[in-house]
Design a protein around this ligand. Structure first.
Ligand SMILES: Nc1ncnc2c1ncn2[C@@H]1O[C@H](COP(=O)(O)OP(=O)(O)OP(=O)(O)O)[C@@H](O)[C@H]1O
Ligand SMILES: [Mg+2]
Length: 342
């Protein structure tokens, strides 16, 4: 990521977004006040352990939260316009035309009784109305080619396709109406590593061909390193760090980001699997203060009382952790290692 922050134009702004699920024992604070911008043409990775709220965040952005879930606060601005409170018919067209989702497990949501061509055709006709059959056919064949699928897939049923092919059909459906933003939720999970790479390459190719911005949700840090411009690290409903990908890998600042990077297996250096002490708190009853305090190796008294605000420790690298403080002269200091400025 080489562009300066000033030169970039945010297509999506997420501000203090909160999505809660109502349960008999209280609300699950699945997404609890997240903030980030998605810039034009960039790919932002959203990572974090299972259950930290990644899919819920995607649903919140798309206004697709259904009961027992609810948007409990915040704002989502698409090209400067708030999506919250828009009528459902407007949201429906925005969802495909502007903000397309490849949902988690998308390949299993294809209709088994419909040919691939008919499923893609439905998306186009639903939003653009009837079109000449020949035009639709050409368009679908072009979409299939864009995602690297042969023309014969046009007349096939989902059960005749491999997992990777099905996933690419889902990508073709997501880009059918030329969206501005694609949110890909675990688009490469549940595929073998070779097919994972192929699907990831397909996404990247599509992104470059269409010039879209993308939010890529996933677990695979290795894949993220190759695919994204910036990474947002989520823990228990909060974004704890957001940074350009090179900075996050070279110098992760939040203790949870450090743990994620340390846990990437390496062939060069065999290291013991790092087990984190402590447990994740009950998401219905987070402790006051920092969200990571129960598992943090550097926890201080302050962490149990005050929630750390996001601090820009380096241009573009924002971390929510009391380990970092701003000096009076504006420089940053790591309080655990006060001798060395960070
Ligand atoms: N319908 C629901 N009712 C109650 N809690 C829910 C519901 N759906 C999700 N949750 C809770 O919300 C939290 C976030 O779930 P979410 O699916 O967003 O996580 P995720 O980060 O996408 O996980 P994964 O990596 O496994 O896909 C979890 O604690 C989950 O248990
Ligand atoms: Mg998920």
């Amino acid at each position: 990521m080489t562009e300066s922050k000033e030169a970039r134009h945010p297509v999506l702004k997420v501000r203090d977004l909160k999505v809660y699920y109502e349960t008999p024992k209280g609300d699950v604070l699945a997404v609890d006040g997240i903030n980030f911008d998605l810039y034009e043409g960039e790919t932002l990775g959203l990572v974090g352990e299972s259950g930290c709220g990644k899919s819920t965040a995607a649903m919140g952005i798309l206004q697709l939260v259904v009961p027992p879930g609810r948007i409990a606060g915040g704002e989502v601005l698409l090209e400067g316009h708030s999506l919250l409170g828009l009528p459902e018919n407007m949201l429906r067209s925005i969802r495909w035309i502007k903000l397309a989702l490849i949902p988690q497990g998308a390949m299993n949501s294809l209709n088994p009784t419909m040919k691939v061509c008919d499923q893609i055709k439905d998306v186009i006709i639903a939003h653009e109305g009837k079109r000449a059959r020949k035009d639709i056919r050409q368009r679908i064949l072009k979409l299939l080619a864009t995602v690297g699928l042969p023309g014969r897939v046009y007349d096939m049923y989902p059960h005749e396709l491999s997992g990777g092919m099905k996933q690419r059909v889902c990508i073709a459906m997501a880009i059918a109406l030329n969206p501005t933003i694609i949110i890909a939720d675990e688009a490469t999970s549940a595929l073998d590593v070779v097919v994972q790479r192929i699907v990831a390459q397909t996404l990247l190719k599509v992104k470059q061909a269409l010039g879209v911005s993308m939010i890529m949700i996933g677990h695979d840090m290795g894949l993220m390193a190759q695919m994204v411009d910036r990474i947002a690290v989520m823990y228990a409903g909060k974004i704890v760090e957001i940074a350009p990908v090179a900075d996050l890998f070279a110098n992760p600042r939040h203790p949870y980001s450090q743990l994620l990077i340390e846990s990437i297996p390496s062939l060069k250096e065999r290291k013991p699997l790092k087990i984190t002490e402590g447990i994740t708190h009950d998401p219905r009853n987070p402790p006051p203060g920092c969200i990571f305090q129960l598992r943090c190796p550097f926890v201080m008294d302050k962490c149990r009382v005050v929630a750390p605000p996001g601090l820009e420790v380096k241009p573009g690298q924002i971390v929510a952790c009391h380990l970092y403080q701003e000096n009076k002269d504006g420089s940053m200091v790591n309080v655990a290692n006060a001798a060395g400025n960070t």
